[in-house]
Write a protein that binds this ligand. Structure first.
Ligand code: UDP
Length: 312
């Protein structure tokens, strides 16, 4: 296959590029680098089946030649990033999705949308199955991301129904691993970099809120299975192991051997109180479930932060 990945220089996008090249596909990575980083893909530049185009997918996308699949991963994705870039976040989720769908229609390509557990907002149902419609504040600070992704899902389903296009929607839950930005503001990068630098580890709120963290390799394997499936509707991909943020901070302190202390900071507005994927659909339709234990994934991530990120 010849595959276009928007957001190809991002955390998840760059892992997808690498994985798909490994499977023998050709990959075009597209990114405007507002939150992506060429450092994530520089090791792929010599590869003859790989190319990179710097482009903002909110504008018309031109790609010469055949394209078999478009994976639309372009978007700021950490709360700090989308609070800093609210309008680009809305534009890439809405206009960017429209452009990428238009290109997929033109090329008769399968379209895969990177959606998010944020479509469930601050959920009143836990764990969250795909059938849950969510509890989203449209005008709160997170609304720029949540509503853009909800619009993107609606647009994707409309193209499927109207143009009979092959579409996939992956609802990605919290994911971690090498190539997360040290300063992206999310819990795991913050905790690891704080622990490694001997700085206080910042827990927002009481730390009793929960998340469920999936290692990047598990996520990428699930996305590839979804791409190859015939499932034209959303599928949750994430790790159902739910934990409190306090437990996560303690695990990072244990694995880094850090003596940092824990400090408590105000909880950001509309921060979801619980989050855990119901992955029965992925298990049944994709025969997928996560394999990597938390401690193993965290060790890989800590290694990356020690070696690469902190010295960059
Ligand atoms: N969080 C925290 N300390 C930090 C960063 C985040 O306690 O330094 C909390 C945050 O308030 C949320 C959880 O960790 O409850 C996960 O936040 P993250 O930004 O990683 O992603 P989210 O799941 O909210 O999109």
């Amino acid at each position: 296959m010849r595959i276009l990945i928007t957001g190809g220089a991002g955390f998840i996008g760059s892992h997808l590029c690498e994985f798909l090249l490994g499977k023998g596909h050709s990959v075009i990575a597209m990114d405007n680098l507002i939150t992506g980083d060429l450092g994530n893909i520089k090791h792929l530049f010599g590869h003859k089946r790989f190319s990179f185009v710097r482009h903002n997918v909110t504008e018309f996308i031109h790609v010469a030649g055949p394209v078999s699949a478009i994976l639309h991963f372009a978007s700021p994705a950490s709360p700090r990033d989308y609070l800093e870039h609210p309008i680009p976040t809305l534009k890439v989720g809405a206009l960017g999705t429209h452009k990428a769908l238009g290109l997929a229609k033109e090329k008769k390509a399968t379209f895969l949308l990177a959606s998010t557990s944020e479509v469930y907002g601050d959920p009143l149902v836990n764990p969250q199955p795909e059938s849950y419609w969510g509890n989203v504040n449209p005008i709160g600070p997170r609304g720029v991301y949540d509503e853009a992704k909800r619009f993107a899902e609606a647009m994707t389903m409309a193209y499927h129904r109207t143009h009979r296009m092959q579409v996939r929607i992956v609802r990605i839950f919290n994911t971690y691993g090498p190539r997360m930005r040290v300063n992206d503001g999310r819990a795991i990068p913050n905790f690891i970099s704080q622990a490694l630098r001997g700085k206080p580890v910042t827990i927002y709120g009481s730390g009793r809120q929960t998340r469920s963290f999936c290692y990047i390799d598990d996520l990428v394997a699930g996305i590839y299975k979804l791409l190859k499936s015939r499932h034209n509707a959303p599928v949750n991909i994430g790790n159902p192991h739910e934990m409190t943020l306090r437990e996560m901070a303690q695990e990072v302190l244990r694995l880094t051997g850090s003596r940092s202390r824990i400090v408590y900071r105000p909880l950001p507005q509309d921060d979801p109180k619980v989050r855990r994927p119901d992955i029965r659909l992925a298990r049944r339709v994709l025969r997928w479930q996560p394999q990597v234990p938390l401690a193993d994934g965290l060790r890989q991530t800590i290694d990356y932060f020690r070696k690469a990120a902190l010295v960059r």
